[in-house]
Structures are given as C-alpha cells and as structure tokens.
Design a binder for this molecule. Sequence first.
Ligand code: ZN
Length: 299
Amino acid sequence: MPAEFVQILYQTPAPGVARIVMNRPDKRNAQGATMTHELDEALRRASHDDEVVVIILAGAGDHFSSGHDIAGSEPWMPTVQESRGNWGQFDGPGWEGSYARERELYLDATERWRNVPKPTIAEVQGAVVSGGLMLAWACDLIVCADDARFRDGTGADMDVPGVEFFQHPFELGVRKAKEWLFTGGWMTAAEAERRGMVNQVVPRARLAEATLELAERIAANDRFTLKLIKQAVNHAQDAMGRRQAMEHGFALHQIGHLQNMLVHDSMINVEKLPESLRRHLVKLKTAWAGDETVGPSAD
Ligand code: ZN
C-alpha cells in the first residue's frame, strides 16, 4: 500500500467530506493499474476514516476520464501483492491471464467501489469515455458540468460489446442503452440529466463548489443512517437483476475480446482506432514480444 499517492490526490475540503482527485490531467486521467490501485486504497482509507461521511471522486484538468489507459506505459498485469482479490493466475496461458486482469482491475474493482458503504459523488467535467463511465457510474450521485459529454466507444471503436462494468441498461433504460451502444455516439450533459443518468448539471465554473455543497448537505446527516440508505437502494437494484446482468455482460465482453484475438490477433480491433493510436499499439505489441510485463489495455 503506498504511503503517498502518485496519481491521485486525497483531500478533506470540508468536515465529513473526503475528495479523491484523479491527477493525470496530461493523460486525461487515463486509468492504468497504478491509478486503479490508488483509487482502491483511497476509497478504503475514506471508508475506514471515522471523520469521513461522504466521498467525492473528481478528475483534475479539463476532462474527468478518458477511460482505461491503453498507452501501455505501466505494468500490464497486477502483482499478487497488489491484487485485492483471489482470482489470481495473471500470467496464465491463453485467455486465463487477460480474463484474470480484467476481472481484477475492471469488474471486481468497480463493483467494490460501487459498494463502498458511504455515499459517493462523482464530480464530472469534459469528456467521459468508455472506462471513464465506470468511474462515474460506480458513484451514488453524479454532478456534472455543462461541458460534460459521455461516450462508450468500445463497440464502435474496438469491437467489444460495451465496457466491462455493464451498467448501461440501468443507467439509461433499455432502449437508449441499445441505441447508444449501437452507434457509439456522444451524450451531452443535458441529455444525461434528462435520462436520469446524472443528478445535476451546473456551469463548469461552479462544478467543484456545487459538488461540495451537495456533499456537505449529505454529510450533515447521520453517518450510519446514510450507510443503511445506500445499502437499501443498492440491494433493491441488485434484486432487479443488476448483479446477474453485470456478470453476463462481462462474459460477453470477454467473448468480444476473444473474437478480436481470433480475427485481428489483438484484444481489440486496432484497425478502427485513430491512425496515431493504432501505430502506437502496433509498436507496443512488437515490444511486448520480448517483455510480457507491459501490454495494451482494451478500453
Ligand atoms: Zn476489456
């Protein structure tokens, strides 16, 4: 566990409020293994801190999150020491290692963050792309700036059927979820609010202030009661089949990766990516041939 965080900031801006800030603005807060582990540790710290009632998750810079880091600049697989789960076998043959990695870093981590017992608020601005959606959706409430825009481009850009944390039908309703995934288009903050995906849209200049105001209002209430309320609503959503749908969506996501491996010899269809990114990934792939500790993330 890191004594100091490298890619996030841990702040306490008001009594009862912790604010966790993804701090890679030059990478649009792309989420690699380091940030994933640091977010996990920060949420654990906030959960166990008796003084914290509400947790804000924010992103530094112009954009909340560009999604999972596909630059391949960090270790590809978590180590056993870093791992929070017991699935293991990150270096397994065939698809075993990649499945273990996606379950550990994407599905199980996001599910754990969704179930952090204290109320969480995402403070969202600019672009929220693919894996970035998972970070916002894992939070109980979402306050977004009027410049926020949302996109799951995994289907349109990479030929996998939506991000690993398959929450789309519960966030948008079935019909819009299908349209959005079929087209891979952007959704504005105004439409996200209209569809109930976010709680508030505020001017960009007021985003941090408005989020903190909401956090302070919530933090004025009894800590244990808030935890019970969250538990009640989360269990209601799980009783509607969310958890089972999530596992099924994850399994289909893995089939998408395997199909790409069979057809394109890559977890994602790199042919559909922008030329600069495609060239970068092809170069990396050549490099991994001699070093299996780095590699591409899918989305
Ligand atoms: Zn994936």
